[in-house]
Design a binder for this molecule. Structure first.
Ligand SMILES: CC(C)(COP(=O)(O)OP(=O)(O)OC[C@H]1O[C@@H](n2cnc3c(N)ncnc32)[C@H](O)[C@@H]1OP(=O)(O)O)[C@@H](O)C(=O)NCCC(=O)NCCS
Length: 275
């Protein structure tokens, strides 16, 4: 996908060029219009453009990957989120989430309910590059949230349970997943780091055979894609929820944990975690 994205300008340029030539050929009468009947020229132009986008994107992707690997981040640190970094993360996602964003002061109250549930990832320059939130909620609120009768904005600090109680729950809520500048190649690397840190975090706090269910709300296309790739399934549909977003769920199992872990490989040389 990233390759196609990188090659998109080249693909669009080729498509426009082919379309222009075709239009000129038709209007000037160089090629009689009737001869074009039955020839799916637009389809051919589209196919050529897609191939160009893929090939060009592959070249660009490779060079960008090499660049980003050479010139930048090679170490990440994952640790409990500070108040300042939580505020920064809330600010980063605010324009993305729009009406769904939660006020930084409220999120800080959540953090105080379970500081171990809020994790940040910084690079070697101590710049915040990602964060995630894994919390257990007071049971009646979690039930309503699962049913979709309340939105995330109904969660207050007092609903967020301390880690000692969270460990005993079945239902765990994952929220606040954020990667800074996720759409470029460095961003994809940060996303891998984030998922890897989340796996380590879940194993540390809950083990890998804990029969827990993980829930996450898909606030946009990116999070929807990520949840699907992690094999989450829709638990309650956007149309039946007050927040109008799909709520996803996955049974947290050893097999699932190991599958994602295998896909990511061992990032321990690059990432240090302190819980
Ligand atoms: C949600 C968010 C973290 C997703 O990040 P993303 O970079 O768009 O995710 P992608 O699906 O492109 O994945 C990036 C890379 O991570 C890795 N990855 C993704 N899913 C993976 C999985 N299930 N297993 C292993 N690796 C995975 C892959 O290497 C992937 O790169 P590839 O597609 O080139 O192979 C990011 O878009 C973001 O921070 N958005 C703003 C905040 C937000 O919307 N948060 C969600 C709130 S609900």
């Amino acid at each position: 996908m990233n390759r196609m994205r990188a090659g998109l300008p080249a693909g669009v340029a080729v498509f426009l060029a082919l379309a222009t030539v075709e239009a000129l050929a038709l209007t000037t009468g160089i090629v009689p219009a009737r001869k074009l009947y039955g020839i799916p020229i637009v389809v051919v132009a589209l196919l050529v453009s897609l191939i160009v986008a893929y090939v060009r994107g592959r070249q660009k992707a490779l060079s960008l990957v090499v660049c980003s690997e050479l010139d930048s981040e090679s170490k990440y640190f994952c640790r409990r989120c500070s108040e300042a970094n939580l505020r920064e993360a809330t600010g980063i996602v605010q324009p993305i989430f729009g009406r769904d964003s939660i006020d930084a002061a409220v999120v800080e109250q959540w953090r105080l309910g379970n500081p171990q549930g809020f994790m940040e990832i910084v690079n070697e320059e101590n710049v915040l590059v990602g964060c995630f939130v894994v919390v257990g909620l007071e049971s009646s609120l979690m039930r309503q949230f699962k049913e979709g009768t309340v939105a995330e904005s109904a969660i207050l600090g007092r609903h967020v349970l301390p880690m000692s109680r969270t460990k005993r729950l079945t239902d765990i809520y994952i929220s606040g997943v954020m990667v800074r500048d996720s759409s470029d190649y460095l961003g994809a690397k940060r996303t891998r780091v984030l998922i890897w840190c989340m796996l380590k975090y879940l194993k540390h706090h809950f083990g890998v055979s804990s029969k827990k269910k993980l829930y996450a709300l898909a606030l946009n296309r990116e999070s929807e894609r990520m949840l699907k790739s992690l094999k989450f399934r829709v638990y309650s549909k956007s149309s039946s929820r007050v927040d109008k977003h799909n709520l996803y769920m996955i049974d947290y199992t050893k097999d699932q944990w190991e599958e994602v872990s295998r896909r990511l490989g061992d990032l321990s040389a690059m990432c240090k975690i302190s819980f």
